[in-house]
Structures are given as C-alpha cells and as structure tokens.
Design a protein. Structure first.
Length: 69
C-alpha cells in the first residue's frame, strides 16, 4: 500500500505561491548587489515596512511575507 507524501515545492512553485498571496496594493522592491545576497523590501498600504536579506530570492520573499501578513 502506498503512502501519500507531499512533494517538496520547487523554487518556482514557492515563488508563484508567495506572489499569488501578496495583495496588489503592497509595494515590493527586490535587489541583489553584485556578488551579494538578495534584499527584499515590502510595504503594506498602512505604512508597515519590513526587509529581509537572504542567499536566495525566495527565502527573502517568504520571510518578508511572513513578517507582514
């Protein structure tokens, strides 16, 4: 009998999931200085702002999203 284990999401699927959950009126800025880590800044319409730095873009996006939701 087989087991139903969830497959881990690819980076593309994780990115799509995060972008689909971010409201259209939130501001997002993504930067990666040459040779540096990804920097993501996100701001809600109420002015709440948060930023994260990570080795990968998806890690930074997910962390910012978790902090602001």
């Amino acid at each position: 009998m087989g087991h139903n284990y969830a497959k881990p999401l690819t980076a593309e699927a994780r990115m799509e999931r995060v972008f689909s959950r971010i409201p259209g009126d939130w501001s997002i800025k993504m930067e990666r200085p040459q040779g540096g880590k990804w920097l993501v800044l996100m701001q809600r319409p109420d002015g709440m702002l948060h930023q994260e730095t990570a080795d990968s873009l998806i890690e930074a996006l997910e962390e910012v999203w978790r902090s602001l939701r």
